[in-house]
Design a protein around this ligand. Sequence first.
Ligand code: ADE
Ligand code: ZN
Length: 338
Amino acid sequence: MNDLAQFIRGLPKAELHLHIEGSLEPELMFELGRRNGVTLPFADVEAVRAAYAFSNLQDFLNIYYQGAGVLITQADFKDLALAYFRRVAADGCRHAELFFDPQTHTDRGVAFATVMEGLLAGMAEAERDLGVTSSLILCFLRHLDEAAAFATLKAAEPWLDRIRGVGLDSSEVGHPPLKFARVFRAARAKGLKLVAHAGEEGPPEYVWEALDILDVDRIDHGNRALEDPALVKRLVHDGKTLTVCPLSNLKLCVVADLKDHPLRTMLALGLKATINSDDPAYFGGYLGQNWLETAEALSLTRAELVTLAKNSFTGSFLPPDAVNRHLATIDAYVAANP
Ligand code: ADE
Ligand code: ZN
């Protein structure tokens, strides 16, 4: 392992943009398919991986929803979460805020409680055995209507003390944040944090809507905000965290080459960017790999890496005392690794 890889691996960091269903590796997909009697339309693991060539977000989503079809029991969701935590604990991840898509499961007849109990069991075991803390962010599927999102929020009612926030994911273009204005307002009234995917493929107007209409606490992706200087100014002024996903952007053709990725520009503009993996099983790398490949492609300095690590905690939904403890571990790590 070279110096940069070693430095990144040891740097305490959080992951703020991770779809737990997107951490389903083909090996586990086949194992769960066998366990649950679900036949996959692929001959083997290699055939699944070969299918992971995407031209855009929708190409990916089609295969991602199909893969999630093997998740049936509480044990499946627990195994999925634990596999993710084992991978990122080795990357120096200390805290993760996990997106999950309940509608992908409830629409197949899997109970909301099954999803929750499985994920929560995996999260508790990860905290106990790996020292990685975590929380859950329930995402509404934006290609479905607002009534379906309201029904999901209602199903979540008994679990709200174990859900930190709500988000908005799936097909972005044609499904602006405005479509979910009322359900986000209802979620806020229940004390939930709010995030939304915006500006991944959608225009800067969607980022404005996420800010002005949904009143989100963070923007997921946000790449296309750079097309609008007034929007950049607003995001900087508000200190709004962007959960940026470099390898995802490469795989979904949001950028043509990692060397063209806007992350360094975002930092230079004063935007509070973070590095995340999005759907690591599909996009070629977990948190550490995103950090390493981006650092190499953009020649990020140590100071920039430390800023990114600090942003991952100050942008998290952890309580202030926990954020401060993590920031102190970063300072101690940097002091010990000059
Ligand atoms: N669901 C899972 N990954 C996603 C992404 N990158 N954008 C939108 N929806 C998603
Ligand atoms: Zn995402």
